[in-house]
Design a protein around this ligand. Structure first.
Ligand code: FE
Length: 136
């Protein structure tokens, strides 16, 4: 078993210079992009989804599915230790927030209504991800 990812800690001022405004609002301020507006929601390409904050590998295209919910949806992360989970009681709901284990960036939430075999739906903001096709 490999080590947990090395943590990346930056000041909010540093993040502001590194990220677009939309990335900053999602990753650092836990905003949610409007449904069906994200660039990667309808992306069906083969490749890898990385954290837009720190570049960590988070999801593989093989785990992506069309949930119809309006955000990129995955059945499982690339590695369980790539992602941290936190109870989130904001907005009068009880949800499980998921963050990048390396940089702490907010990604979205995980819900227990995904397809078999995991039964999970990682509902992730496009703005928190970058997509990379495999190198030829
Ligand atoms: Fe990250």
């Amino acid at each position: 078993m490999s080590e947990s990812p090395q943590k990346i800690v930056r000041s909010e001022a540093e993040w502001r210079t590194m990220l677009t405004q939309e990335q900053y609002q999602v990753l650092r301020e836990k905003a949610t992009e409007r449904a069906f507006t994200g660039a990667l929601t309808q992306n069906h390409g083969t490749g890898n989804y990385h954290c837009a904050g720190c570049g960590a590998l988070l999801f593989l295209s093989g785990a992506k599915f069309d949930s119809g919910c309006g955000w990129p949806s995955f059945m499982l992360p690339a590695e369980s230790k790539a992602i941290d989970e936190h109870e989130d009681r904001s907005f009068g709901m009880r949800r499980v927030e998921v963050t990048c284990a390396r940089c702490g960036g907010h990604l979205g939430h995980v819900f227990p209504d995904g397809p078999a075999p995991t039964g999970l739906r990682y509902c992730i903001n496009s703005a928190s991800l970058t997509f990379e096709r495999p190198k030829p």
